[in-house]
Design a protein around this ligand. Structure first.
Ligand code: UD1
Ligand code: MG
Length: 450
């Protein structure tokens, strides 16, 4: 069931401090746009509406946010956070509104629920006390320790700048009050902007207090305004993911070098060495080992398989006990079966390598269906492309392909075929026979260069 609150995400600012060609909320944290992180989080709390205030080219935003249940509202001029909320007001039809800044990617949904529960029909906000409060609105409290105002960095006195408690910009208010208050806000401050926090004194004129909820972990609620802050947040987030994996029994040799830009499902007993990057959805089964500098994207690595150093595996399945790399490139729809080996400097695409088969060195295997117990010699190339169409190479069980062989597809190497090294094979080869396709070596006497 949807709850009676509207989420308003402010994502229209120019992001001047970011100096980024993209709108700030579209920059990437952990493989996903900041704004996309926020949309995923707010969906968790089933709001009645999600409204995003944007500016400029909407298609740019829609490239990152594909949800159809988002309402997009344009803020034509960027006159401040209150002005941005005012743009969204005509579209809000829930009685309570929750405003989030589009530069705060890691805010957990439980903090939003806590805020909403504690500030029903009231104004409330999430505060934090980070190590360095620079740049944030400071929380001003009265002698009863109740919040009386928020002062922006650029308007703060020296004494106010020393205050460590800050506003996260995550503010909730009854929509009816918001509608009245936003009309009254002035832009007489050092930035000449209409500030959303200026609703606070207006609320306090008629109500006892503003609810403040202190964030459990300040790092998760900090807005980022430049790439230094983004990098810090990214590191922090990556370490959190690594920690969760390690607690579950995954051995990560150097957690601070672990990069997850997608979703990882890893069993206890998995080993991950330094500087491994995860993208898309990656599943790692018990006992598998990922050596240093590997990139895995939309891949499943089964039990006890080893991905040796500096290998890339994309969109593929690596089955039990298989070995990949070092320096292998397995891309797009490969199925490397049990006990198979795809070794150093081997590239494979759209290829099945059967149980126990081996391509140990320097090969290209494209659009190939390779049976069990096959040996592919060093430097073998499936010539799968004729300039227009891709063709298939079928290599049946127990075939032996000598080193330096070119297999011109479409082609079938029948069961147990034995191909002499250096062959250029253009026709299907018979089962259990030796086929050699290379010119004979000749020695020419009395040869001279001239
Ligand atoms: C804002 C808050 C500050 C808080 C901080 C938390 C105000 C005035 N200040 O400051 O109290 O401590 O967030 O991170 O609210 N935006 C628009 N339209 C505009 C201006 C901004 O959509 O006209 C959007 C921006 O894209 C951004 C968000 O609002 O996602 C916040 O704007 P930003 O400029 O980052 O505000 P801060 O200075 O960080
Ligand atoms: Mg900000």
């Amino acid at each position: 069931m949807k709850n009676d609150y509207a989420i308003v995400i402010l994502a229209a600012g120019k992001g001047k401090r970011m100096h980024s060609p993209l709108p700030k909320p579209l920059n990437i944290v952990a493989g996903k746009a900041i704004l996309a992180h926020i949309v995923t989080t707010v969906k968790d709390i089933s709001p009645a509406q999600i409204i995003i205030v944007y500016s400029g080219d909407l298609s740019l935003y829609k490239a990152y946010i594909t949800d159809s249940d988002v309402t997009w509202v344009e803020q034509q001029q960027q006159l401040g956070t209150a002005h941005a909320v005012a743009a969204a007001l005509p579209y809000i039809n829930a009685s309570q509104s929750l405003v989030l800044c589009g530069d705060t990617p890691l805010v957990p949904s439980c903090e939003l629920i806590r805020l909403l529960e504690q500030s029903k029909n009231s104004v409330g906000l999430i505060t934090a006390t980070p190590e360095n409060p620079f740049g944030f609105g400071r929380i001003i409290r009265n002698k009863n320790n109740n919040l009386s105002a928020i002062t922006e960095e650029k308007d703060a006195s020296d004494a106010e700048k020393k205050i460590k408690e800050i506003s996260t910009g995550i503010i909730t208010a009854p929509t009816k009050f918001l509608t009245q208050a936003l009309k009254l806000i002035k832009n007489n401050n050092n930035q000449g902007e209409y500030y959303l926090p200026a609703i606070i004194p207006l609320w306090l004129q008629h109500n006892a207090k503003v609810v403040t909820v202190a964030a459990t972990d300040p790092m998760t609620v900090l807005g980022i305004n430049n790439f230094v802050e983004l990098a810090k947040l990214e590191n922090y987030y990556q370490l959190q993911i690594a920690n969760k994996l390690m607690i579950k029994g995954v051995r990560i040799t150097k957690p601070e070098s672990f990069n997850c830009h997608g979703t990882i499902n890893a069993d206890a007993g998995v080993k991950i060495a330094n500087n491994v990057t995860i993208k898309g959805i990656v599943t790692l089964k018990a006992g598998c080992e990922i050596e240093a500098n590997c990139i895995l994207e939309d891949a499943t690595i089964e039990e006890n398989a080893i991905i040796k150093a500096s290998s890339i595996v994309i969109g593929s399945l690596i089955s039990k006990n298989a070995q990949i790399g070092p320096f292998a490139y397995v891309r797009a729809n490969c199925n490397i079966k049990k006990d198979a080996k795809l070794g150093a400097f081997v590239e494979a695409k759209n290829t099945t390598l059967g149980d126990g088969s081996k391509a140990n060195h320097l090969s290209y295997l494209g659009d190939a269906e390779i049976g069990t117990g096959v040996n592919i010699g060093a430097g073998t190339i499936t010539c799968n492309y004729d300039g227009k169409t891709k063709h298939k190479t079928k290599i049946e069980d127990n075939a032996f392909i000598g080193s330096g062989t070119e297999l011109i597809a479409p082609l079938t190497i029948n069961k147990g075929s034995y191909i002499g090294a250096g062959s250029c094979i253009t026709n299907d080869t018979p089962a259990e026979k030796l086929t050699i396709a290379r010119s004979r070596q000749v020695v020419i006497d009395k040869w001279s260069e001239k």
